[in-house]
Design a protein around this ligand. Structure first.
Ligand SMILES: Nc1nc2c(ncn2[C@@H]2O[C@H](COP(=O)(O)OP(=O)(O)O)[C@@H](O)[C@H]2O)c(=O)[nH]1
Ligand SMILES: [Mg+2]
Length: 318
């Protein structure tokens, strides 16, 4: 599985079709939106007025209070004062991401050699869980890994159909029950099947809406327990999927789901649809949970490994 998320450098630079080209394209609204303002502001000298305006722009960009305060604090303290202002802001942003406000509470785990890697996709309705599960299935299949999908969202019939379409596209097996079935039964069957058939990866799609939010959380916790009973190191990764176009809600979803569900990584989707892609940075800074992937479109190849340097370069770069 070593190759799972590793993007080759050669792929990076293959023009608009390389992953960096798609990332840049996906972030074009952000680059043209608030970051154009940031660049304009820091083009000259950074003085009191600039700092005030910068604070406003960063807040408007949904970067979240923690990251904004930390950035401004470092600027005020004169960090990187020797470099040109834009480089300073970029460098400070990079160092904030390397040193988040809090350390991550949960780390991904490694499966034993003969066990499947089990990855949960969680998050509220419509953020892109099913799509991300499908994109990951095609990516892993392309690496010649044996992939299975579990249709854990039994609440909506469409979710199962959507996941089936992805399974067909990537040629992997899907475990799916009828609409309204108990999702822990689906997950139980899927984990058993993945073990029995020697799958390398099992991707578990889950529901984002139940009758109440409390029910949703309890159900997701139950899925974790069921899985852990069958494979004690599992789930190996819990990915919280977040819709970058939903602004400040991103930060509140991270606060709510992160600790309750043992989230090990964030996926920021729909960056192609927002000028406020900076929310991704605020979410990871505040929670300490690393961003694993970003989504910049609906196609299978529009899921890109997160790399802080590349991300910052793609939003600031000329
Ligand atoms: N533009 C864009 N659309 C996306 C992205 N990820 C998901 N979507 C779309 O968002 C909608 C909801 O996605 P879905 O996977 O069904 O969300 P779920 O309810 O969390 O499972 C679908 O129309 C997806 O095609 C992305 O990165 N970019
Ligand atoms: Mg879904």
């Amino acid at each position: 599985m070593s190759g799972s998320g590793q993007q080759e450098n050669s792929e990076r630079d293959s023009g608009a079709r390389g992953w960096f080209g798609r990332l840049r394209q996906g972030l074009s609204k952000t680059r043209g939106g608030f970051l154009a303002q940031v660049k304009g502001l820091v083009a000259g000298r950074i003085d009191e007025d600039t700092l005030e305006e910068l604070e406003e722009v960063l807040y408007m960009a949904d970067m979240g209070p923690s990251l904004v305060e930390s950035l401004l604090g470092k600027l005020k303290a004169g960090e990187g004062a020797g470099s040109d202002p834009q480089t300073r802001v970029q460098e400070i942003m990079r160092s904030c991401l390397e040193n988040p406000e809090s350390p991550p509470a949960f780390a991904p785990r490694e499966p034993a050699a003969d066990e499947p890697r089990i990855i949960f996709l969680v998050g509220v309705n419509g953020v892109g869980k099913t799509t991300t599960a499908g994109k990951l299935a095609s990516r892993y299949s392309a690496e010649n890994l044996k992939v299975m999908l579990a249709a854990g969202d039994t609440f909506r019939a469409a979710a199962g159909e959507q996941l089936t379409a992805w399974a067909e596209r990537s040629g992997c097996e899907i475990i799916r029950h009828k609409e309204g079935a108990d999702s822990s039964a689906v997950v139980y069957d899927a984990v058993q099947a993945a073990k029995a058939r020697g799958a390398d990866v099992l991707l578990v799609d889950t529901a984002g809406r139940l009758h109440t939010k409390h029910n949703l959380m309890e159900e997701l916790k139950k899925l974790r327990r069921v899985t852990g009973r069958l494979v004690d190191t599992a789930p190996h990764e819990v990915l919280l999927v977040l819709d970058a176009t939903s602004g400040q809600n991103v930060l509140s979803q991270v606060r709510e789901f992160g600790p309750a569900l043992g989230v090990t990584g964030l996926v920021l989707t729909k960056l192609d649809g927002t000028a406020k892609g900076g929310v991704a940075l605020g979410a990871t800074y505040e929670s300490g949970i690393p961003i694993r992937y970003v989504g910049v479109g609906e196609a299978a190849e529009d899921l890109i490994d997160f790399d802080a340097d590349a991300f910052i370069e793609a939003i600031f770069g000329g």
